[in-house]
Design a protein around this ligand. Structure first.
Ligand SMILES: Cc1ncc(COP(=O)(O)O)c(C=O)c1O
Length: 405
């Protein structure tokens, strides 16, 4: 389908809103994206037409709901380039997927074993590893970030060794926008005998993902940033890795047999999906994937990066602006500070002009510490943003700077 941003926008009713008498300029996509009518319709029509619990149902609607739910799993598998639907575990989001990785692999960790992450991780790819540090004696090592916002790959290679058991690295940073070379990083981790996990929460929205080509063992994604619903995400795992992982929640569906003295488990992915899953949300995620895949990912990327560059160039002559994350290989995320102003104040003033950005630590305190800053303001672009909006953002920042000076 040809890339027509106005036509795309018409499928997102909320974008017609005004905020404080200004047209809404929604630049908080890295936190959560708006949903097209196709996603909402898929969830509503499933509810209206055939809703029941999934799996093992012996009536028509249970079978139809199961088919729709499992079809959504197939869409996620195809979207990520997984070899089979069986490699996709539904989760409540990327946070749960990352916690599942840490919990599922915890039994392999002995005191002194090393887990390598980076200074640019989201807390959801830090805190679960701290659990393993606290409970199993793991040692966490952080790959340093350069001043431009890239990973220090020399330092990473030097960290890998016999003690490295797990490496877990963000594919695209939610603050810096940096795209990390995870294919190479996975190869090096495997040479050291470690399991390689990547947090693809942001990357899956802005890049073509092929988990087999990347060579990762586990890959996490989320629905709500990909124009899909909240409370749904997915974990891709190679069959060998999923087989090694212990189940997270216990309950219905994840078992094979339950006796008074023992329990046996279902195969992956069901072993990790105890209880009634987020059925409608999974179907909504499938619809979001169908929706986004009608466009060429190259068109999306060029469009979003053009907006990023317009915004960045628009602020380039302002000496008071400090941009954080300036690597060449990056996604459409602009994090910045206005000297002498708190990012929260800046975001509140931008809201007065209808411009929605996020301000704060973005769940990345170690990264903030690395740059010696408390917070940033972050404008993140999505498929439906326009050049007009990038210009409106620049204009609003200039007005805010005059006000805060
Ligand atoms: C890089 C990254 N990882 C993980 C998460 C957590 O995702 P979720 O909201 O699906 O739990 C986020 C959300 O902001 C993120 O940006």
């Amino acid at each position: 389908m040809t890339f027509d941003v106005q036509q795309i926008r018409s499928q997102f009713p909320v974008l017609a809103r005004e905020i404080n008498d200004y047209p809404l300029t929604y630049l908080d996509n890295a936190a959560s994206a708006q949903k097209p009518t196709a996603v909402m319709d898929a969830m509503t029509s499933q509810t209206e037409r055939a809703y029941a619990n999934v799996h093992r149902g012996l009536h028509t609607m249970a079978n139809e709901t199961t088919e729709a739910f499992e079809a959504a799993r197939g869409k996620v598998a195809s979207f990520l380039g997984a070899p089979s639907d069986k490699n996709i575990v539904f989760t409540r989001g990327a946070t749960e997927a990352l916690n599942l990785c840490a919990y599922g692999l915890a039994h392999m960790i002995e005191p002194g074993d090393e887990i390598i992450i980076t200074q640019m991780e989201h807390h959801s790819n830090i805190v679960p590893w701290h659990f393993l540090r606290e409970r199993h004696g793991a040692v966490i090592k952080f790959v340093p970030v350069t001043d431009e916002g890239a990973l220090d790959l020399g330092a990473y290679k030097a960290m890998l060794g016999e003690k490295t058991k797990i490496v877990s690295i963000v594919h695209m940073s939610n603050v810096l926008g940096t795209v990390n070379p995870i294919k190479d990083m996975a190869t090096w981790a495997h040479a050291a005998g470690a399991i390689f996990i990547s947090d693809g929460t942001q990357a899956a929205v802005h890049m073509d993902i092929d988990v087999q080509d990347l060579g990762v063992d586990l890959y996490c994604m989320t629905g709500h940033k990909l124009y899909g619903p909240t409370a749904i995400g997915a974990l891709y795992g190679t069959s060998a890795t999923l087989d090694k992982m212990q189940p997270f929640n216990g309950g219905g569906e994840m078992i094979e047999d339950v006796f008074e003295d023992r329990v046996t488990y279902n195969d992956a992915p069901y072993k990790f999906e105890a209880g009634t899953p987020p059925i409608l949300e999974a179907i909504g995620l499938g619809a979001a994937i169908d929706w986004v895949r009608q466009f060429s990912s190259e068109d999306i990327r060029q469009h979003e990066m053009a907006l990023y560059h317009a915004a960045r160039d628009g602020l380039a002559d302002m000496n008071s602006i400090q941009v954080v994350g300036t690597t060449a290989d990056k996604g459409p995320v602009l994090s910045f500070n206005l000297k002498g102003a708190h990012a929260h104040d800046l975001a509140q003033i931008l809201d007065k002009y209808g411009v929605a950005v996020r301000a704060g630590q973005h769940c990345t305190q170690p990264l903030m510490a690395r740059f010696g800053i408390h917070s940033t303001a972050r404008a993140s672009f999505g498929i439906y943003n326009t050049l007009d909006e990038a210009e409106r953002f620049v204009e609003a920042v200039r007005k805010a700077a005059r006000f805060l000076a």
